[in-house]
Design a protein around this ligand. Sequence first.
Ligand SMILES: CSC[C@H]1O[C@@H](n2cnc3c(O)ncnc32)[C@H](O)[C@@H]1O
Ligand SMILES: [Zn+2]
Length: 443
Amino acid sequence: MPNTAAPLDLLLLPTWLVPVEPAGVVLKEHGLGIRDGRIAFIGTRAEALALGAAQVRELPDTLLAPGLVNAHGHAAMTLFRGLADDLPLMTWLEQHIWPAEARWVDEAFVRDGTDLAIAEQIKGGISCFADMYFFPKVASERVHNSGIRAQIAIPILDFPIPGAASVDDSLRQAVELFGELKHHPRIKIAFGPHAPYTVGDENLEKVRVITEELDAAIHMHVHETAFEVQQSLEQRGERPLARLGRLGLLGPRFQAVHMTQVSDDDLALLVESNTSVVHCPESNLKLASGFCPVQRLWQAGVNVAVGTDGAASNNDLDLLGETRTAALLAKAVAGSATALDAHRALRMATLNGARALGLEQEIGSLEVGKAADIVAFDLSGLAQQPIYDPVSQLIYASGRDCVQHLWVGGKPLLEDRRLTRLDEQRLNATARSWGQRIGGHGH
Ligand SMILES: CSC[C@H]1O[C@@H](n2cnc3c(O)ncnc32)[C@H](O)[C@@H]1O
Ligand SMILES: [Zn+2]
């Protein structure tokens, strides 16, 4: 129970406070108090000031919201940004990305690429991200050092990958890392079978058994393209999602990334199993993978979160921009301007992301008792005036350059647009030097 009598560590006094839960609410003349890394108080300005705080911050023209949750990505792929553009998924993966990964990905690559991704995400208002990439132990060390929050999924593919000689090797590493980080306040280890077309039944069964035992999440690309579904029908006589259901993998701990193909049976399966969907509209657009029917999903009660995917298929890790794309695209796909409004879109990028990652008790909304993962958006710009609904202005008229401050667990990671723990110049130079090495070898 939060101690309501003790003074606050920090009191934030923004123009608009958008808690996300309750839905659709915008509080004015309110303050938010932080104590011991948690939200200790939300109430009127007058009440807040009466409590007393070690530090008080007036935030004029500022919208305070829960930190954004990027529910799918491959962090270290920032170093492959722009390496192979304008290609369809399987050509992109098989002929460009997988060969480049075999050539370049090692622990140093993951260290530097993940740091770059973390910095980009903090600057874009993201306080928590889901990662699925090679050398996950290295990625978790970078998350630990940087102060951000993350779910790290251990990659599982039927063939040898950088850092793991076999599925059994990956699973052994996963169980070990899971045990090591079980009590980490900001890192959650999940299992990441890559996709239905790269992991056979036998290995999926192993994933089911271990994740059930550990109560761990499963993060997987599913129904990314019509081709994936067609191929599975031809080779196995069933749709990939139905196969995952038959194998007992679906459920509230399962995160189905992409889902551009949703039949009525698929929808029923998602609903009855309480499986979350992670929507990655820009990657789906860029690789021409298809369109996720977002309105159909949320109307049926499916939890839909938002993800950027990796920087090699997007090509940025801008979740605010992604959410705008999601809101606009949902309308076009449904043929309805009400398919996804700005408030629901912000909820998808915060609380729904937290729920998909099993973190909804901890983050995703501004509620007393939750961790103080908070973003401050500066809406004072010319292009944001006038302001009738600040959430509409945030989603439809703002870019990530308006992110001014970010706190994770009450700790400031971005202050007045400056990274507090990472050296931006050094990250920039390191990324350029990787680019020269990789580009200089004709990939
Ligand atoms: C299991 S480690 C991640 C693995 O996935 C590859 N990847 C990146 N983006 C996508 C995507 O949109 N669909 C499928 N696979 C993707 C990445 O390059 C790694 O090899
Ligand atoms: Zn992906």
